[in-house]
Design a protein around this ligand. Structure first.
Ligand code: UT7
Length: 317
Protein backbone atom coordinates (compact mmCIF):
# COMPACT_ATOMS: atom_id res chain seq x y z
CA UNK A 1 0.00 0.00 0.00
CA UNK A 2 1.10 3.58 -0.69
CA UNK A 3 -1.45 6.34 -1.36
CA UNK A 4 -3.61 8.05 -3.96
CA UNK A 5 -4.22 11.78 -4.39
CA UNK A 6 -7.64 12.89 -3.11
CA UNK A 7 -7.28 16.60 -3.84
CA UNK A 8 -4.93 19.43 -4.76
CA UNK A 9 -4.58 23.10 -3.85
CA UNK A 10 -2.27 26.06 -4.35
CA UNK A 11 -1.94 29.63 -3.21
CA UNK A 12 0.29 32.44 -4.45
CA UNK A 13 0.58 36.03 -3.21
CA UNK A 14 -1.42 38.60 -5.19
CA UNK A 15 1.58 40.89 -5.87
CA UNK A 16 2.86 40.25 -9.42
CA UNK A 17 6.42 41.43 -10.09
CA UNK A 18 7.21 41.58 -13.81
CA UNK A 19 10.70 41.52 -15.30
CA UNK A 20 10.22 45.16 -16.27
CA UNK A 21 9.52 46.08 -12.64
CA UNK A 22 12.66 44.16 -11.57
CA UNK A 23 14.65 46.09 -14.18
CA UNK A 24 13.87 49.28 -12.25
CA UNK A 25 15.57 47.80 -9.15
CA UNK A 26 18.60 45.98 -10.58
CA UNK A 27 20.70 45.94 -13.75
CA UNK A 28 18.75 43.38 -15.79
CA UNK A 29 16.22 43.18 -18.64
CA UNK A 30 13.08 41.30 -19.60
CA UNK A 31 14.96 39.97 -22.65
CA UNK A 32 17.83 38.48 -20.56
CA UNK A 33 15.56 36.87 -17.99
CA UNK A 34 13.17 35.34 -20.54
CA UNK A 35 16.02 34.02 -22.72
CA UNK A 36 18.27 32.65 -19.93
CA UNK A 37 15.67 31.54 -17.34
CA UNK A 38 12.18 31.60 -18.87
CA UNK A 39 10.53 33.70 -16.13
CA UNK A 40 8.21 36.52 -17.22
CA UNK A 41 6.75 37.36 -13.83
CA UNK A 42 6.70 35.98 -10.29
CA UNK A 43 4.47 36.38 -7.21
CA UNK A 44 6.13 38.09 -4.25
CA UNK A 45 4.91 38.33 -0.63
CA UNK A 46 4.11 41.80 0.67
CA UNK A 47 2.34 41.06 3.94
CA UNK A 48 2.02 37.25 3.80
CA UNK A 49 4.60 34.77 5.05
CA UNK A 50 5.30 31.17 4.03
CA UNK A 51 2.91 29.79 6.68
CA UNK A 52 0.05 31.96 5.36
CA UNK A 53 0.65 30.63 1.84
CA UNK A 54 0.79 27.06 3.20
CA UNK A 55 -2.47 27.50 5.12
CA UNK A 56 -4.36 28.86 2.09
CA UNK A 57 -3.00 26.11 -0.19
CA UNK A 58 -4.01 23.54 2.46
CA UNK A 59 -7.57 24.93 2.67
CA UNK A 60 -7.88 24.74 -1.12
CA UNK A 61 -6.60 21.15 -1.21
CA UNK A 62 -8.90 20.03 1.64
CA UNK A 63 -11.89 21.59 -0.11
CA UNK A 64 -10.91 19.95 -3.40
CA UNK A 65 -10.60 16.57 -1.63
CA UNK A 66 -13.76 17.09 0.45
CA UNK A 67 -11.76 16.26 3.59
CA UNK A 68 -12.06 18.05 6.94
CA UNK A 69 -9.02 19.05 9.03
CA UNK A 70 -10.17 16.76 11.85
CA UNK A 71 -9.93 13.75 9.50
CA UNK A 72 -6.19 14.28 8.97
CA UNK A 73 -3.78 11.79 10.57
CA UNK A 74 -0.55 13.66 9.70
CA UNK A 75 0.62 16.96 8.18
CA UNK A 76 3.99 17.20 6.43
CA UNK A 77 5.52 20.40 5.03
CA UNK A 78 8.59 21.24 2.99
CA UNK A 79 10.27 24.63 3.08
CA UNK A 80 13.68 26.32 3.11
CA UNK A 81 12.21 29.76 3.69
CA UNK A 82 9.86 29.50 6.66
CA UNK A 83 9.67 32.44 9.04
CA UNK A 84 10.57 30.34 12.09
CA UNK A 85 12.86 27.40 12.72
CA UNK A 86 10.49 26.36 15.49
CA UNK A 87 7.53 26.02 15.49
CA UNK A 88 7.81 24.01 12.29
CA UNK A 89 5.81 25.16 9.27
CA UNK A 90 3.55 22.13 9.55
CA UNK A 91 2.83 22.89 13.23
CA UNK A 92 1.62 26.38 12.29
CA UNK A 93 -0.59 24.96 9.54
CA UNK A 94 -1.98 22.46 12.07
CA UNK A 95 -2.86 25.35 14.40
CA UNK A 96 -4.45 27.48 11.64
CA UNK A 97 -6.53 24.51 10.42
CA UNK A 98 -7.56 23.49 13.93
CA UNK A 99 -6.25 19.97 13.22
CA UNK A 100 -4.99 17.74 16.05
CA UNK A 101 -2.74 15.26 14.19
CA UNK A 102 1.08 15.17 14.37
CA UNK A 103 2.95 17.57 12.08
CA UNK A 104 6.58 17.82 10.94
CA UNK A 105 8.77 19.42 8.27
CA UNK A 106 11.14 17.90 5.73
CA UNK A 107 14.11 19.74 4.23
CA UNK A 108 15.63 18.57 0.97
CA UNK A 109 15.58 22.04 -0.67
CA UNK A 110 14.02 22.09 -4.16
CA UNK A 111 13.82 18.26 -4.24
CA UNK A 112 11.88 18.07 -0.98
CA UNK A 113 8.38 17.55 -2.35
CA UNK A 114 9.37 14.16 -3.83
CA UNK A 115 11.30 13.22 -0.65
CA UNK A 116 8.09 14.07 1.24
CA UNK A 117 5.90 11.88 -1.01
CA UNK A 118 8.21 8.91 -0.38
CA UNK A 119 8.04 9.62 3.40
CA UNK A 120 4.25 9.82 3.21
CA UNK A 121 4.14 6.47 1.37
CA UNK A 122 5.97 4.92 4.34
CA UNK A 123 3.27 6.06 6.79
CA UNK A 124 0.57 4.56 4.55
CA UNK A 125 2.54 1.32 4.12
CA UNK A 126 2.73 0.94 7.94
CA UNK A 127 -1.01 1.69 8.10
CA UNK A 128 -0.34 4.54 10.53
CA UNK A 129 -2.48 7.00 8.55
CA UNK A 130 -5.62 7.06 6.42
CA UNK A 131 -5.47 10.71 5.33
CA UNK A 132 -2.48 13.00 5.09
CA UNK A 133 -1.89 16.60 4.06
CA UNK A 134 1.42 17.37 2.34
CA UNK A 135 2.43 20.96 1.54
CA UNK A 136 5.35 22.65 -0.22
CA UNK A 137 5.57 26.32 0.73
CA UNK A 138 8.22 28.95 0.05
CA UNK A 139 8.81 32.64 0.59
CA UNK A 140 11.99 32.69 -1.47
CA UNK A 141 11.86 36.51 -1.65
CA UNK A 142 12.86 36.51 2.05
CA UNK A 143 16.09 34.58 1.46
CA UNK A 144 17.33 35.84 -1.93
CA UNK A 145 19.94 38.56 -2.02
CA UNK A 146 18.11 41.35 -3.87
CA UNK A 147 21.52 42.80 -4.88
CA UNK A 148 22.52 39.57 -6.65
CA UNK A 149 20.96 39.77 -10.11
CA UNK A 150 21.99 36.21 -10.97
CA UNK A 151 19.66 34.77 -8.31
CA UNK A 152 16.97 37.32 -7.45
CA UNK A 153 15.46 37.23 -10.95
CA UNK A 154 14.91 33.46 -10.76
CA UNK A 155 12.87 32.88 -7.61
CA UNK A 156 9.25 33.48 -6.56
CA UNK A 157 6.88 32.78 -3.66
CA UNK A 158 4.02 30.28 -3.47
CA UNK A 159 2.61 27.10 -1.97
CA UNK A 160 1.02 23.89 -3.24
CA UNK A 161 -0.65 21.07 -1.33
CA UNK A 162 -2.03 17.55 -1.81
CA UNK A 163 -4.45 15.56 0.34
CA UNK A 164 -3.49 11.88 0.25
CA UNK A 165 -5.66 8.87 1.04
CA UNK A 166 -5.16 5.08 1.08
CA UNK A 167 -4.32 3.55 -2.30
CA UNK A 168 -1.58 1.99 -4.41
CA UNK A 169 -0.81 4.84 -6.76
CA UNK A 170 2.69 5.98 -5.72
CA UNK A 171 4.50 3.52 -7.94
CA UNK A 172 8.19 4.29 -7.69
CA UNK A 173 10.75 6.86 -6.58
CA UNK A 174 14.49 7.54 -6.56
CA UNK A 175 16.02 9.90 -4.01
CA UNK A 176 19.65 11.12 -4.08
CA UNK A 177 21.83 13.28 -1.85
CA UNK A 178 25.35 14.47 -2.70
CA UNK A 179 26.22 16.40 0.46
CA UNK A 180 28.13 19.69 0.20
CA UNK A 181 27.65 23.46 0.33
CA UNK A 182 29.94 24.53 -2.53
CA UNK A 183 27.29 24.80 -5.28
CA UNK A 184 24.18 25.93 -3.38
CA UNK A 185 24.26 27.34 0.15
CA UNK A 186 21.69 29.10 2.33
CA UNK A 187 23.52 29.95 5.57
CA UNK A 188 21.61 30.40 8.81
CA UNK A 189 22.30 33.35 11.14
CA UNK A 190 25.45 32.76 13.21
CA UNK A 191 24.05 33.70 16.61
CA UNK A 192 25.49 35.85 19.36
CA UNK A 193 27.77 33.44 21.16
CA UNK A 194 30.72 35.40 22.65
CA UNK A 195 32.79 32.23 22.16
CA UNK A 196 32.15 31.67 18.45
CA UNK A 197 35.13 32.64 16.26
CA UNK A 198 34.03 32.11 12.65
CA UNK A 199 32.99 35.05 10.50
CA UNK A 200 29.28 35.58 9.78
CA UNK A 201 28.03 34.75 6.27
CA UNK A 202 25.14 36.60 4.66
CA UNK A 203 21.99 34.54 5.28
CA UNK A 204 20.98 34.57 1.61
CA UNK A 205 21.02 32.03 -1.21
CA UNK A 206 24.42 31.51 -2.76
CA UNK A 207 24.25 29.57 -6.01
CA UNK A 208 26.88 28.67 -8.57
CA UNK A 209 24.42 28.90 -11.46
CA UNK A 210 26.43 27.04 -14.07
CA UNK A 211 27.38 24.11 -11.78
CA UNK A 212 23.74 23.86 -10.67
CA UNK A 213 22.65 23.89 -14.32
CA UNK A 214 24.95 20.97 -15.25
CA UNK A 215 23.96 18.98 -12.16
CA UNK A 216 20.27 19.62 -12.84
CA UNK A 217 20.25 18.41 -16.46
CA UNK A 218 22.18 15.22 -15.59
CA UNK A 219 20.09 14.49 -12.49
CA UNK A 220 16.80 15.03 -14.30
CA UNK A 221 17.69 12.65 -17.11
CA UNK A 222 19.25 9.97 -14.90
CA UNK A 223 16.53 9.93 -12.23
CA UNK A 224 13.62 9.95 -14.70
CA UNK A 225 15.20 7.17 -16.75
CA UNK A 226 15.71 5.13 -13.56
CA UNK A 227 12.10 5.34 -12.30
CA UNK A 228 10.71 4.56 -15.76
CA UNK A 229 13.09 1.62 -16.49
CA UNK A 230 12.70 0.20 -12.99
CA UNK A 231 8.97 -0.29 -13.56
CA UNK A 232 9.57 -1.84 -16.98
CA UNK A 233 7.96 1.20 -18.67
CA UNK A 234 9.04 3.54 -21.46
CA UNK A 235 8.45 7.29 -21.72
CA UNK A 236 5.55 6.52 -24.09
CA UNK A 237 3.66 5.19 -21.03
CA UNK A 238 3.99 8.52 -19.19
CA UNK A 239 1.17 11.01 -19.80
CA UNK A 240 2.84 14.02 -18.22
CA UNK A 241 6.24 14.92 -16.80
CA UNK A 242 6.13 17.55 -14.05
CA UNK A 243 9.64 18.91 -13.48
CA UNK A 244 10.77 21.27 -10.72
CA UNK A 245 10.45 24.71 -12.33
CA UNK A 246 14.06 25.96 -12.05
CA UNK A 247 14.88 27.22 -15.53
CA UNK A 248 13.20 26.50 -18.91
CA UNK A 249 16.63 25.96 -20.48
CA UNK A 250 17.32 23.13 -18.01
CA UNK A 251 13.98 21.56 -18.94
CA UNK A 252 14.66 21.99 -22.68
CA UNK A 253 18.12 20.38 -22.43
CA UNK A 254 16.73 17.41 -20.50
CA UNK A 255 13.79 16.96 -22.88
CA UNK A 256 16.12 16.89 -25.86
CA UNK A 257 18.36 14.30 -24.20
CA UNK A 258 15.42 12.10 -23.16
CA UNK A 259 13.75 12.49 -26.59
CA UNK A 260 10.33 13.27 -25.07
CA UNK A 261 7.94 15.66 -26.84
CA UNK A 262 7.82 19.09 -25.21
CA UNK A 263 3.97 18.90 -25.03
CA UNK A 264 4.20 16.24 -22.33
CA UNK A 265 6.38 18.40 -20.06
CA UNK A 266 4.51 20.87 -17.85
CA UNK A 267 6.08 24.32 -17.62
CA UNK A 268 4.68 27.29 -15.66
CA UNK A 269 7.93 29.00 -14.57
CA UNK A 270 6.96 31.96 -16.79
CA UNK A 271 4.18 32.87 -14.30
CA UNK A 272 5.71 31.99 -10.92
CA UNK A 273 9.49 31.80 -11.22
CA UNK A 274 11.30 29.08 -9.26
CA UNK A 275 9.30 28.43 -6.08
CA UNK A 276 11.70 25.72 -4.84
CA UNK A 277 9.83 22.87 -3.08
CA UNK A 278 6.45 24.43 -3.93
CA UNK A 279 6.90 24.28 -7.70
CA UNK A 280 5.77 20.67 -8.24
CA UNK A 281 2.57 20.81 -6.12
CA UNK A 282 1.63 24.18 -7.67
CA UNK A 283 2.01 22.58 -11.12
CA UNK A 284 -0.01 19.50 -10.09
CA UNK A 285 -2.84 21.71 -8.85
CA UNK A 286 -2.91 23.69 -12.09
CA UNK A 287 -2.99 20.48 -14.16
CA UNK A 288 -5.66 18.92 -11.95
CA UNK A 289 -7.97 21.92 -12.00
CA UNK A 290 -7.53 22.32 -15.76
CA UNK A 291 -8.74 18.70 -16.16
CA UNK A 292 -5.45 17.68 -17.76
CA UNK A 293 -4.86 14.69 -15.46
CA UNK A 294 -7.08 11.71 -16.22
CA UNK A 295 -7.85 8.72 -14.00
CA UNK A 296 -5.02 6.12 -14.35
CA UNK A 297 -2.66 8.56 -16.14
CA UNK A 298 0.98 7.98 -15.18
CA UNK A 299 2.72 11.17 -14.08
CA UNK A 300 6.49 11.41 -13.64
CA UNK A 301 7.98 14.13 -11.44
CA UNK A 302 11.61 15.20 -11.17
CA UNK A 303 13.45 17.71 -8.98
CA UNK A 304 16.96 18.83 -8.01
CA UNK A 305 18.51 21.48 -5.82
CA UNK A 306 20.40 22.29 -2.65
CA UNK A 307 22.02 19.47 -0.71
CA UNK A 308 22.85 18.78 -3.42
CA UNK A 309 19.80 16.62 -3.85
CA UNK A 310 17.75 15.16 -6.68
CA UNK A 311 14.71 12.92 -6.99
CA UNK A 312 12.13 11.49 -9.38
CA UNK A 313 8.93 9.52 -8.91
CA UNK A 314 5.97 8.04 -10.77
CA UNK A 315 2.40 8.48 -9.60
CA UNK A 316 -0.78 7.01 -11.04
CA UNK A 317 -3.54 9.65 -11.03
O1 UT7 B 1 16.07 25.49 -7.85
C1 UT7 B 1 17.39 25.52 -7.45
C2 UT7 B 1 18.26 25.16 -8.58
N1 UT7 B 1 18.69 26.31 -9.34
C3 UT7 B 1 18.82 26.25 -10.65
O2 UT7 B 1 18.48 25.24 -11.22
C4 UT7 B 1 19.48 27.36 -11.43
C5 UT7 B 1 20.46 26.79 -12.41
N2 UT7 B 1 21.25 27.78 -13.13
C6 UT7 B 1 20.70 28.65 -14.00
O3 UT7 B 1 19.49 28.63 -14.20
C7 UT7 B 1 21.61 29.62 -14.74
O4 UT7 B 1 22.94 29.23 -14.56
C8 UT7 B 1 21.45 31.08 -14.27
C9 UT7 B 1 20.06 31.57 -14.68
C10 UT7 B 1 21.61 31.18 -12.76
C11 UT7 B 1 22.46 31.96 -14.96
O5 UT7 B 1 22.40 31.83 -16.39
P1 UT7 B 1 23.72 31.67 -17.25
O6 UT7 B 1 23.33 31.66 -18.66
O7 UT7 B 1 24.47 30.49 -16.70
O8 UT7 B 1 24.45 33.05 -16.98
P2 UT7 B 1 25.94 33.31 -16.45
O9 UT7 B 1 25.97 33.13 -14.96
O10 UT7 B 1 26.92 32.54 -17.29
O11 UT7 B 1 26.09 34.82 -16.79
C12 UT7 B 1 26.17 35.29 -18.14
C13 UT7 B 1 26.23 36.79 -18.13
C14 UT7 B 1 27.23 37.38 -17.13
O12 UT7 B 1 27.82 38.53 -17.71
P3 UT7 B 1 29.31 38.44 -18.35
O13 UT7 B 1 30.19 37.96 -17.23
O14 UT7 B 1 29.19 37.47 -19.48
O15 UT7 B 1 29.55 39.85 -18.77
C15 UT7 B 1 26.37 37.80 -15.98
O16 UT7 B 1 26.92 38.86 -15.24
O17 UT7 B 1 24.95 37.31 -17.75
C16 UT7 B 1 25.13 38.24 -16.68
N3 UT7 B 1 23.94 38.18 -15.83
C17 UT7 B 1 22.85 38.95 -16.04
N4 UT7 B 1 22.59 39.88 -16.97
C18 UT7 B 1 21.37 40.47 -16.93
C19 UT7 B 1 23.72 37.39 -14.75
N5 UT7 B 1 22.48 37.63 -14.25
C20 UT7 B 1 21.93 38.59 -15.04
C21 UT7 B 1 20.69 39.26 -15.04
N6 UT7 B 1 20.45 40.18 -15.99
N7 UT7 B 1 19.72 38.99 -14.13
Amino acid sequence: MSFRVLGTGKYVPSKVVTNDELSTLIDTSDEWIVKRVGVKERRICTTESASDLAYQAALNALENANVKPEELDMILCTTVSGETVSPSMSSMVQKYLGATCPAMDINAACSAFIFMLETAAGYFARKKVKKMLVIGTEQMSRIVDWDDRATCVIFGDGAGALVLGEGDNFLNSKLNSFGGNEVINIPNFVGKSPFYKKEAQDPYIFMNGQETFKFAVNAMCKDLQYVVDDLGLTFDDISMIVPHQANTRIIDFAVKRLKVERERIYVNIDKYGNTSSASIPIALDELNRAGKLKHDDLIAMTAFGGGLSSAACILRW
